[in-house]
Ligand binder design. Structure first.
Ligand code: GDP
Ligand code: GDP
Length: 437
């Protein structure tokens, strides 16, 4: 199961963004922060007391407007209902209850989603003068906070964590490769999934009350077992949100998290868009193996250079995913779609590969001889030892004398040497630096 999703909803100006920023201030540091990874400010991954979760500011999805547009509010509430495991319904404790609050409340109540009623802008220790009015909403007892002053936020997060679903881990055997097909709307994800599964239509089982109903589809290919992880957005097409492109990104996140291999589908007619970069970034940051699939290749007018030019573009635009193989396919005609599963298998194997420490240190030793480590003010980077600390993604622990001397460019050089010798195609490679006296 992916981490729970929490959405903040409420009418404009109640302080959603302020609260979002307050909570994201506590966010966990990202281990590897490469330049070029685009981040979406409306969505963060964070944690409270070791409970990790995703937080969405639904208000951030559409342009800020001080005007209250009921349709927009309604959309945000629907969005939260559809996606979130827990909803933080934010209200203004200084203004009291408004008609718009009531309207949102009635939608939320009907959904039956776990919810926290939160009064914001309660800036001093006294309760909101309207405190008891809010009970009228029938959504339980309000929690009072001040996002601006940071009051009672811890209490709010405690209550939120208590509402997280108790997840039953969907367990698959170690050898089952979990594949997530990701990408923005209309690039051909559903068509591709159907092609892979060899069906004209995928039968959807609607499970009432599920939210991120990741409908997993197990299948076999030869002797190999796979599971296709689907997100709500792919198979069960949402009528309401297909057109909110930014939002579809969030959906991809939970699928990515559960996957071993991500298939990023890009529309050949559009080339790499900002949206694609964000989605690729999620796969990269999550440390998943990645295959880039350029779909609708049948629509492209081609000459001998077209494919190479396209590859160059993709490498340029998605430079941080340089390790991902690129496939040119047509889900419509079936062109090269038979390559997909074998590529998935190859990168899954590479992602799970474990190197012997002796062999690894030989390669690192050679690399160091070929290209001396950097030094600064007379002090030279010393590399003592390297060992593979983990797989999925391949993670190497490098024991050195001084972290400050370990420039990004030198680590990249070592990464490239490891790739030259061992491949790891499709996998991001991570280094953890440890200082030793
Ligand atoms: P949103 O439209 O719901 O995202 O609201 P914003 O986060 O943009 O906040 C709207 C206004 O309320 C801003 O001027 C904030 O500074 C202010 N605000 C937010 N939280 C608090 C709070 O806890 N106390 C007070 N006094 N003002 C707040
Ligand atoms: P999704 O939103 O990413 O799941 O995309 P769909 O699978 O629903 O496809 C969106 C549209 O693109 C549909 O009209 C498909 O028929 C069309 N489509 C998908 N793959 C291809 C392809 O390889 N070539 C062409 N020409 N059209 C495609």
């Amino acid at each position: 199961m992916g981490k729970p999703i929490v959405a903040i909803v409420g009418r404009p100006n109640v302080g959603k963004s302020t609260l979002f920023n307050k909570i994201s201030g506590k966010r966990i540091a990202i281990v590897e922060d490469r330049p070029g990874v685009t981040r979406d400010r409306i969505y963060i991954e964070t944690e409270w007391l070791s409970h990790q979760f995703h937080l969405i500011d639904t208000g951030g999805i559409e342009p800020k407007s001080k005007e209250i547009i009921p349709a927009q509010m309604k959309r945000q509430a629907e969005l939260a209902i559809e996606t979130a495991d827990v909803i933080i319904f934010l209200l203004d404790g200084r203004e009291g209850l408004t008609a718009n609050d009531r309207e949102i409340a009635s939608m939320l109540r009907k959904s039956g989603k776990p919810l926290l009623l939160v009064l914001n802008k309660v800036d001093n220790r006294e309760s909101s003068p309207f405190y008891y009015d809010f009970f009228e909403l029938g959504l339980g007892e309000p929690v009072e906070i001040s996002s601006a002053m940071g009051l009672n936020i811890g209490n709010l997060l405690d209550e939120m964590v208590a509402l997280f679903p108790k997840v039953e881990e969907q367990d698959y055997d170690e050898d089952v490769v979990k594949v997530a097909v990701i990408g923005k709307p209309n690039v051909g994800k559903s068509s591709l999934i159907n092609k892979i599964l060899g069906e004209d239509r995928v039968i959807v089982s609607e499970i009432a009350g599920t939210t991120r109903d990741a409908i997993d589809t197990p299948f076999t290919h030869g002797d190999d077992r796979y599971v296709l992880i689907d997100t709500a957005g792919i198979r069960r097409k949402s009528k309401v949100y297909d057109n909110i492109e930014r939002y579809s990104v969030i959906r991809s996140v939970t699928a990515v998290e559960r996957a071993d291999v991500c298939l990023l589908v890009i529309d050949a007619m559009e080339g790499v868009t900002e949206q694609d970069k964000k989605i690729a970034g999620y796969s990269h940051e999550a440390g998943k193996a990645l295959v880039i699939v350029i779909n609708k290749w049948d629509l492209v007018e081609k000459d001998t250079k077209t494919m190479n030019t396209f590859i160059k573009d993709v490498r340029n635009e998605l430079s941080y995913c340089y390790y991902a193989p690129i496939l040119f396919i047509s889900a419509l005609t079936g062109q090269r779609t038979n390559k997909i599963i074998e590529t998935v298998k190859a990168v899954a194997n590479q992602n799970a590969m474990r190197l012997k420490t002796g062999v690894l240190n030989e390669i690192i030793g050679e690399a160091v001889l070929l290209n001396q480590p950097p030094s600064d003010k007379g002090k030279k980077l010393k590399i003592y030892y390297c060992t593979q600390g983990g797989v999925k993604p391949p993670t190497f622990i490098l024991f050195i004398n001084d972290k400050k001397l370990a420039h990004f460019s030198y680590i990249r050089y070592l990464t490239n040497k490891i790739r030259e010798n061992f491949g790891f195609e499709g996998s991001p490679i991570r280094f953890i630096l440890k200082e030793k006296a």
